[in-house]
Design a protein around this ligand. Structure first.
Ligand code: DAH
Length: 360
């Protein structure tokens, strides 16, 4: 066998058995590279006689073309094989569960939930939401609400006072949401139907009291507003909030400087093995304070008590949240313990509505 035939057979065999593209490249360099076997043969042509060059030149060039063609074919085959291998090994299993979304693990704090529930119930009754600042003036927190200076009722609120400002005015952290009543009446002419949810502050701390807590105030002012409407409103609220068909309520006389008459409201409940149920039973539980807006308050807020009447109430949101969802210690509300939140929290997209259900 001539040298050329052997070289051809060996080179083509090496091309055929090259396992991957780098191996194939090594074969190409060995044959056609600068110092490759076929390149060396071509370089040698110059030294031949013209006749020899003619025959040998044609044969070597034919070999070069054959090897080039075999290289190109093998390169194509290896590329396809490599792609197929990747496609086979890098498959994505689209049936695998997606990564847990924040919507699945995030939880809404029970207080936010209860706030939304209260807003949904009163929105249905035609109430708007009014807000006011946490830092209040003495006048809005006490004065306009008919707490005269030095009146002992001020002592019932363990007030956090701020340092006096340049003008000597001593602001405070509002001790209740009632100053929002004042702000609403000063800003808006009747008819008024608002609820005022928000934070309140008192220097107090135990299992059922924290220095910061939440209240929702209700206020209705119109030419006609009476106790019957107040009772109906509160009873509708309690039924909707506690998700029961009927609630028995008890109105006890009480005292607040800003209402006359003033009442505290208990709802009937049963307590069995630590669980409270509303709507029936032999026990009573106090849940809110209310009354007819005192004529002095209307007057202090620029409304003529001969023309307008109002009723109002104040509810501790934390307290009714504890009652509804069976949370025994108020302090846990503010500890930001993720385990507590996972247990008592609500799914973020389950907005409470009266139609779809408040808590389910
Ligand atoms: N502001 C009262 C408190 O924090 C609660 C309250 C009682 C509000 C009677 C009212 C009301 O609007 O009419 O103790």
């Amino acid at each position: 066998m001539s040298d050329l035939r052997r070289l051809e057979r060996e080179t083509l065999a090496a091309i055929e058995t090259a396992a991957d593209e780098p191996a194939l490249e090594a074969v190409r360099v060995a044959a056609l590279g600068k110092k490759g076997t076929i390149s060396a043969l071509l370089a040698n042509l110059g030294k031949m006689s013209p006749d020899e060059r003619k025959t040998q030149g044609a044969r070597i060039n034919a070999l070069k073309d054959k090897v080039s063609a075999a290289l190109a074919e093998r390169r194509g085959a290896l590329k396809t094989a490599a792609l197929e291998h990747r496609l086979a090994t890098e498959t994505i299993d689209v049936t695998l569960p997606a990564r847990t979304s924040p919507l699945d693990i995030g939880r809404v704090h029970p207080l936010s939930q209860v706030n939304d529930e209260i807003a949904a119930i009163f929105a249905d009754l035609g109430f708007a939401i009014a807000e006011g600042p946490d830092i209040e003036t003495d006048d809005y927190n006490f004065g306009k609400l008919n707490f005269p200076p030095e009146h002992p009722a001020r002592d019932m609120h363990d007030t956090f006072f701020l340092a006096p400002d340049a003008r000597g005015e001593r602001k405070l952290l509002r001790t209740h949401t009632s100053p929002v009543q004042v702000r609403t009446m000063l800003r808006q002419k009747p008819p008024i139907r608002v609820i005022c949810p928000g934070r309140a502050y008192r220097c107090d701390s135990d299992q059922t009291h924290t220095p910061m807590f939440h209240q929702v105030e209700g206020l209705v002012v119109d030419k006609q507003a009476n106790l019957g409407q107040l009772k109906w409103t509160l009873s509708e609220f309690c039924k909707a909030f506690f998700e029961v068909c009927d609630v028995a309520m008890r109105f006890r006389p009480s005292y607040f400087p800003f209402t006359e008459p003033s009442m505290e409201v208990d709802i009937q409940c049963s307590r069995r093995s630590g669980e409270i149920r509303f709507g029936a039973g032999e026990d009573w539980l106090e849940i809110l304070g209310c009354g007819m807006v005192h004529p002095n308050v209307l007057e202090n807020c620029g409304l003529d008590p001969e023309v307008y009447q109002g009723f109002a109430w104040g509810i501790g949101i934390d307290r009714i949240a504890m009652l509804k969802y069976g949370m025994p210690d108020l302090r846990a509300f503010f500890e930001a313990d993720i385990r507590w939140l996972r247990h008592y929290g609500f799914r973020p997209l389950d907005f409470p509505t009266l139609l779809a259900g408040l808590s389910s």
